[in-house]
Structure formats: C-alpha cells, structure tokens
Design a protein around this ligand. Structure first.
Ligand code: SF4
Length: 227
C-alpha cells in the first residue's frame, strides 16, 4: 500500500520538470527583472486579503500620489485611507503604511532594507510580504508563498498542507535552491492563466503529466486533452 509520504515523494521527483516547463511557458527567453523595492513592499501590504485586480488599482493610485517612502511618511492618514478604498481594511492599512514610510525615512534613508529581520520589524509585514520583497525587489532567494503557490503545489501532489505557513515549511525541505527565486512568479502566472482557483484547466496544462490532480482528472469520463 502506498503511503501519503511515498505518494508525495513520487510527485516531488518531478519538481525540476514542472518548474523548467513553466519557466519555458511563461518566461520564454526573457529575463526576470527586479522591481522597485518601495512599490513591492507597499503593494504587498495592500494586497493582504485583497483581490489582485483591486491591489493593482489601489497601489497605482497610491504610488501616483506618494511615489516614495519620504512622501508617504508625511501623508495624512485620512487621505491614505481614501486612497486605499477598494482594498480590505483601509483604516488598518493606512496608519501602517504611513508608519512604514516614517521608519524607512528615519532609519533607512528612505530605502527599503534587504534583510528578513529588518523587514519583519516593519508594521504589517509578515513572512509572505518580507519574502516577496527579498525575491522581487532584491533577487534574494526566498519563499514567497501566496495563494497561488499554496494551491498549485498542493494540486501537483508535492504535499498536503492546510496553510501557506505549512507550505513554506514543506517547500523549504524539498525545493532545490535555484528555484526559490522563480517559483512565486511561475505559480502566479500559471494560477492566473491555467491552474485557476475554482476550476483548473488541466486539459491544456503543460505540466499535467507530472501533476497528481491532472493525472486524476485525465481518468475522468469526458476528459479531453487540448494538446
Ligand atoms: S494539471 Fe491541472 S491541477 Fe495540475 S497544475 Fe495543471 S492545471 Fe493545475
């Protein structure tokens, strides 16, 4: 009888194939560019419990008015709250991001720090946000576990975890280091394009052969591969 662990190990052996294939699909020959640290940090705080489209809209509105930490530090909280309308808990996030602006201005010369401990010390910054900043803004390998990484890696059969925190711990043990930099971007792209939250489009998925869920769905009556 196959144990849960043996089953997970079976699917884990395909991690390089899955991630290399997704990289070929979504990155092509292009390189991955680093993003502005201030924008990554603030947008990730705004994204907490907020849909992606809303996060982009709200973040762009805020950055147009407050393009850096120094200007953010002087922003009236009431105005920030208005600018954050459309993200969840604007009344909580407004004073937090103002305080982040103040700390960056007073302690870091207006720049975003690039160590996990300094990032975690900022208000409203948890492990996901800190790790996303390290990866996206500084190119430092870190595990940025958002809903896409959590959902898709579970569907792939790499483990069965209940929370993003459990996923981070599980992934730490099995993910080869070179992939720490790319896994979040790949899963976000794949989660938006094919492995959708509600119904994954397994029929046209380029990594179906290495996916536990995809293999199970391919056995269902009426399943028709698009390739
Ligand atoms: S085969 Fe289906 S469940 Fe697996 S990664 Fe692809 S879309 Fe997601």
């Amino acid at each position: 009888m196959t144990t849960e662990m043996e089953k997970a190990q079976h699917w884990q052996q395909y991690i390089p194939q899955v991630l290399d294939t997704l990289a070929g699909t979504y990155f092509g020959k292009g390189s991955v560019e680093l993003e502005d640290p201030y924008q990554v940090l603030i947008a990730t705080v705004i994204s907490q419990r907020t849909r992606e489209e809303q996060t982009t809209k709200v973040s762009n509105r805020l950055f147009a008015r407050y393009p850096d930490a120094t200007s953010l530090a002087d922003a009236p909280v009431a105005e920030l709250e208005k600018l954050l309308y459309g993200s969840s808990y604007p009344e909580v996030k407004a004073p937090r991001i103002k305080e982040i602006g103040r700390i960056l201005r007073d302690n870091f010369g207006g720049k975003v720090p690039n160590t996990i401990d300094e990032l975690l010390a900022l208000p409203g910054v948890g492990r996901k946000t800190a790790n996303c900043v390290l990866v996206y803004a500084f190119g430092i390998p870190a595990l940025c576990i958002d809903v896409h990484v959590h959902r898709i890696t579970n569907r792939l059969g790499w483990y069965q975890t209940k929370t993003p925190e459990q996923t981070e711990k599980a992934l730490e043990k099995i993910l080869p280091n070179p992939y720490w930099f790319t896994i979040n971007r790949l899963m976000v792209q794949h989660g938006r394009a094919i492995c959708l939250p509600s119904v994954p489009q397994c029929q046209k998925c380029p990594v179906r052969q290495w996916c536990e869920t995809g293999n199970a769905r391919a056995q269902e009556p009426g399943f028709k591969a698009a390739d």
